[in-house]
Design a protein around this ligand. Structure first.
Ligand code: ZN
Length: 78
């Protein structure tokens, strides 16, 4: 019977939710347990897009928005 099977479907031990630190505001940011390097998440505090750059421990890096001005320090007179 499936009912019996269902009874065995219990939550497998609560894993600690991995958290990283937002480089922007220093808040603890929860990372999905199945997150992978390169995944992008948003800081719940400041909304900054963060890229998962490390998993053990979790390391987060600010995703640089594609800046409209590509010229870095090429600021010569227009
Ligand atoms: Zn933040």
């Amino acid at each position: 019977m499936w009912a019996r099977l269902a009874a065995h479907l219990k939550v497998e031990g609560e894993r600690t939710v991995p958290t990283g630190t937002c480089p922007e505001c220093d808040a603890d940011v929860h990372v999905d347990t199945d997150a992978d390097k390169g995944d992008t998440i948003s800081c719940e505090e400041c909304g900054t897009d963060l890229e998962v750059v490390g998993l053990d421990p979790v390391e987060l890096d600010i995703v640089e928005e594609e800046s409209l001005d590509d010229d870095d320090d090429d600021e010569e007179e227009f």
